[in-house]
Design a protein. Structure first.
Length: 313
């Protein structure tokens, strides 16, 4: 059987001040801190079992260290290593435990400079006893959760100087499925929306303004229950003086959203209500053309995005 990627696992971010960034991601956003090491804080959503879905590591300046994807089976990591090396891709092995809570992994660069990681196993630590829900199928006691606490990681949006090439490579080599795509009037590709798990969008790849732009991340999205949570999160951001980059509903994916940025690092989080699921094994990608969605350059159905600033790797 061919190796498969199962899902988006985590995003490893770099920040010039871990404590200040934790003030945003934990105290303001509501992600749970699972573990601290000398250089890195590991966090997850209140419905998540894996050790972490986001990490913050001290660095001289803001950046993205890597994007982690979990394989369907642990042995698929080695199979992917063989496939990537056959494609001429340099692969670096990461020993178990080097990244806290994580088993053996490989890291490599996707054209054109996005750093990905594939791993097969991740620890599932219990919450602190005083935070543990009495329901065995719920992690954290919701009465003690932050009012805006997201449930789980949902998707990632990256920008690329050749978004079509990048998307086709990820589709062909890593086996992702196309959910939707958007072409401009001249026939060029503006964005491709891929699924690793097979039922929803896990990765959005958007065309940068210039072909020589560095590979970058626009946002990491975490799921919340509903639209009311978006307004509650917006309210909390306003109270804390945090930059908000728009609220509304996407045309592509149909998910409702609210964007906010860590004032220290510039990393952006999206609070998102989640997109539709595609359970049909014979799903055909939704095809968009320019002017199908007329609400501005960012192609939203309701509202818009106020900032296209990104953080590079």
């Amino acid at each position: 059987m061919s190796p498969e990627v199962a899902r988006l696992g985590h995003v490893a971010l770099e920040t010039p001040d871990v404590e200040e960034s934790l003030s945003f991601f934990s105290d303001t956003v509501g992600l749970e801190v699972v573990e601290r090491t000398a250089e890195t804080a590991y966090l997850r959503g209140v419905e998540e079992y894996d050790h972490h879905t986001l990490s913050l590591t001290a660095a001289e300046e803001s950046g993205v260290d890597h994007v982690g994807w979990q394989t369907e089976e642990p042995e698929h990591v080695a199979a992917f290593a063989d496939r990537l090396e056959a494609e001429g891709i340099d692969v670096s092995w990461v020993e178990e435990g080097v990244e806290a809570g994580q088993g053996e992994a490989i890291r490599f660069e996707v054209p054109n400079g996005h750093r990905f990681e594939l791993y097969g196993e991740m620890a599932k630590p219990e919450p602190p006893k005083e935070r543990r829900s009495k329901l065995k199928n719920r992690q954290y006691d919701p009465t003690e959760n932050h009012p805006t606490a997201p449930n789980r990681i949902d998707h990632l949006q990256i920008w690329d100087g050749d978004a079509l090439e990048c998307a086709e490579w990820i589709r062909d080599v890593l086996g992702f499925d196309e959910q939707e795509y958007y072409d401009l009037e001249d026939g060029s590709r503006w964005g491709t929306f891929l699924s690793a798990c097979g039922v929803k969008i896990d990765l959005a790849i958007v065309q940068s303004e210039h072909a020589d732009d560095d590979a970058a991340v626009h946002h990491v999205a975490f799921e919340v229950d509903g639209v009311r949570d978006l307004f509650e999160a917006h309210n909390v951001m306003n109270e804390n003086g945090v930059p908000v980059d728009g609220i509304g509903q996407h045309g592509i994916s149909r998910g409702e959203f609210m964007y906010a940025r860590d004032p220290t690092s510039g990393h952006r989080i999206e609070f998102n209500t989640g997109s539709y699921l595609t359970l049909d094994p014979h799903w055909e990608p939704v095809e968009w053309e320019e002017n199908d969605i007329s609400d501005g350059d960012d192609h939203q159905w309701v509202g818009g995005i106020d900032s296209l600033e990104r953080v590079t790797y």
